[in-house]
Write a protein that binds this ligand. Structure first.
Ligand code: SF4
Ligand code: SF4
Length: 698
């Protein structure tokens, strides 16, 4: 279990340059359409006027046609004697066309195009520059020059079956959590079946939704339940996202797609239903599907949107639009609007779920890309791409996302429905970066809020839309793990060390004079971070626990409490080494955690330690719901700093269901509290002039 991925910088020598030239020459033996694109550009400039990147940063290198010329000029140099002469006359000697610098610029430039295909909609010659971009990326991939983040994600996916690196226990833990949340929200038990052989539908979305958009996943479950559809998920196939589309790595794309096919066959389903994610649907339906697995695959590949609209039209969904009162707009993901012709179905669903729907302009197939397409939404730093003058985050926020920002602002909407994990990440960051206050989520998040269940009628109203004769049996997981019925909790793997040393005979003397007679709190939670603010938070949490004579529960996540964790984690500060989470690693980290606090506890023994994996928010919510603590204390390192995969610490504090106290960021005696904590300031022992609400911050 010590597999390790080390990302390397790339070296470019003559061998690499020759390889690029040979790969470009090979286009003459490849798809006819690409050969045509090499030939027919009229240099009319239309594409530059329709490309969000080119408009965001008008520059030679961002011009779609000129970017494509990087390959086109190489290709043309030796295609025919006539062209060769023409090329030479034009000064296009191959020796002058490609050198080390030029190859490095390829990486930069082909990873600035988001592959959105908007230029193709307007090009009078029908040229799709995204196809040329992908060719460029594929050549770079063959040389090992794919940006770090894509490489890492593909490796994680190859090792675990999903881009987020969920192990089966972690996945099942999330499912259990979502089921609890669903019942709490809707008042009826809503199950999320996993590994059910013979179900009508195998549903697969993007694994990123489990991390950053759990409301979307809950929306799917509520929908299937209300529509009476016999469905299942599969841990082995819990991710339809496919980075191979973006990196140009066809073997990866095909292998990832085959996981879905294999699960559909193994579970004997009638339909493979892909979630809101646009590129996932494009790969499964049009690139994979019958193209890979043959014309007679015994199941249909379709989108959740078609099922949703079908159920809506059949009157199977009772929806209350007044539950979504804010103005809502819809972002057409490029892979739905321009590549899959799914445009009206999401709108029909949204209109049924909200009170005020507003269109962006332009929309549908002419919609502007969010700026994070082509995999770019996942890039934050320079991702190992040489010659970049900004980080990818700055590029996405200031250049590639500029058009989308203008469009959203013009609608006046308070919520953007962005049905695609990549679009959601990009637009969420865009809204936060530019402080718009606009919420971003999926279409089925809205459905989850609007759907009304008849609590008196008990469970599902129908058993199955298309009954299958096969009896439901647990799926045999590819990993050989126990079937779904024997759900191992993540806590079984987690090195959970509840150091339950409550010993009434040990007097707590250090702050005895402050102790109150009756405990006013049940427990204090501390989310750790090793920084000055983390130490201030610890001091405050410990004094609070002592004062109230209650348990102090200390939670630690991998890397940092403010970074999303998964089953593959970085173990170095520079985030270059990623390793699987093993019991040995957990034990080691657990030991580190306890050693760190051992002396600082100054003899206080009513302390529990928990090393958590999985989503920070869920882990902390679960412990809160279990009654482990009623106030959560966190070191406030900096304003606007991240917490979890997609949110800021302030936003987390505001939305958390229990009381949260942030200590810092500039002073150990300054406290930022959420509304829940505001109602218990006396019990929290926070002086009147030392606190403020976290509402106006971040
Ligand atoms: S719009 Fe088409 S023909 Fe015109 S410059 Fe762009 S790619 Fe070439
Ligand atoms: S595919 Fe999109 S980002 Fe790339 S050149 Fe065309 S319009 Fe620009």
């Amino acid at each position: 279990m010590s597999a390790q991925v080390e990302k390397k910088g790339y070296e470019i020598g003559q061998a690499e340059i020759d390889k690029v030239i040979a790969a470009v020459d090979a286009i003459k033996d490849g798809p006819r359409v690409l050969q045509l694109y090499m030939d027919i550009c009229a240099k009319c400039g239309t594409c530059a006027e329709q490309c969000h990147v080119s408009l965001g940063d008008p520059h030679k290198r961002t011009n779609p046609a000129l970017r494509s010329d990087r390959i086109r000029r190489l290709f043309k140099k030796d295609m025919s004697m006539v062209r060769k002469v023409a090329s030479m006359l034009a000064g296009m000697d191959s020796r002058n066309l490609l050198d080390k610098d030029a190859v490095e610029e390829w990486v930069r430039d082909f990873y600035e195009c988001s592959g959105c295909r908007r230029c193709a909609k307007f090009c009078p010659m029908g040229i799709d520059n995204s196809v040329i971009t992908r060719k460029g990326r594929a050549i770079l991939h063959s040389l090992g020059m794919t940006p770090d983040k894509l490489v890492t994600t593909q490796v994680v996916s190859d090792q675990t079956g999903n881009d987020e690196g969920f192990s089966r226990p972690a996945f099942m833990d999330v499912i259990g959590f979502l089921e609890e949340e669903l019942e709490e929200q809707h008042g009826v038990p809503i199950k999320i079946p996993v590994g059910k052989v013979g179900a009508d539908v195998l549903y697969v979305g993007a694994s990123a939704d489990f991390v950053s958009s759990p409301d979307t996943v809950m929306g799917y479950a509520a929908f299937f339940h209300a529509a009476g559809i016999d469905w299942t998920m599969s841990h082995a196939a819990c991710d339809a996202a496919n980075m191979g589309l973006f990196s140009g790595d066809d073997p990866h794309m095909k292998a990832k797609n085959k996981v879905l096919h294999d699960a559909a066959m193994r579970l004997k389903v009638k339909r493979l239903v892909i979630g809101e994610c646009g590129h996932a649907y494009r790969v499964a339906k049009f690139i994979g599907g019958t193209n890979y697995w043959g014309k007679d695959i015994p199941y249909e590949i379709t989108s959740i949107f078609y099922l949703g609209v079908d159920a809506l039209r059949k009157g199977l969904l009772k929806l209350d639009p007044s539950r979504n009162p804010d103005p809502v707009t819809y972002h057409d993901p490029c892979n739905f609007g321009r590549s899959a012709d799914i445009m009206e179905e999401p709108r029909e669903l949204i209109r049924a779920c909200v009170s005020d729907f507003r269109e962006m302009t332009p929309n549908r197939e002419k919609n502007w890309c969010c700026g994070g397409g082509g995999g770019l939404a996942n890039f934050d730093s320079t991702e190992g791409v040489k010659k970049r003058d900004t980080t990818f985050e700055e590029y996405r926020m200031k250049i590639a996302g500029k058009k989308k920002l203008e469009q959203i602002r013009a609608t006046g909407a308070g919520y953007v429905a962005a049905p695609c994990a990549n679009c959601k990440r990009q637009i969420r960051q865009l809204m936060e970066y530019h402080k718009t206050g606009v919420e971003v989520g999926g279409v089925f998040d809205l459905l989850n809020r609007a759907i009304v269940f008849d609590k008196s009628s008990g469970s599902q109203r129908a058993v199955s839309l298309a009954k299958s004769g096969a009896a439901a049996q647990p799926e045999t997981d590819l990993t050989g793990a126990e079937p779904a019925t024997a759900t191992p909790s993540v806590s079984a793997r987690v090195s959970l060390v509840q150091v339950n040393l409550e010993r009434a005979d040990l007097p707590d003397t250090s702050l005895a004079e402050d102790a109150v007679t009756e405990p006013e709190l049940k427990g204090v939670g501390l989310c750790t971070v090793h920084s000055p603010q983390g130490e201030w938070a610890f001091d405050y949490a410990l004094s609070l626990a002592r004062r109230n004579k209650v348990r102090l529960n200390i939670y630690q996540f991998f890397e940092s409490p403010y970074t999303f964790q998964r089953d593959m984690v970085y173990i170095d500060a520079k985030k270059t080494k990623i390793v699987p989470v093993t019991p040995e690693l957990l034990a080691e980290k657990d030991k580190e955690l306890r050693f760190w606090y051992d002396e600082r506890l100054e003899g206080y023994v009513n302390v529990g330690f928990r090393f958590c994996e999985g989503n920070d928010d869920w882990e902390l919510t679960k412990c809160f719901k279990r009654g482990d603590y009623d106030v959560l204390v966190i070191g406030y390192e900096k304003r606007g700093g991240g917490f979890g995969a997609t949110t800021t610490l302030e936003k987390f504090a505001r939305s958390f269901r229990g009381a949260v106290v942030l200590v810092g960021p500039d002073d150990p005696h300054s406290f930022y509290v959420n509304k829940k904590a505001e109602g218990m300031l006396d019990r929290l022992n926070i002086p009147k002039d030392r606190w403020q609400l976290v509402d106006g911050v971040g």
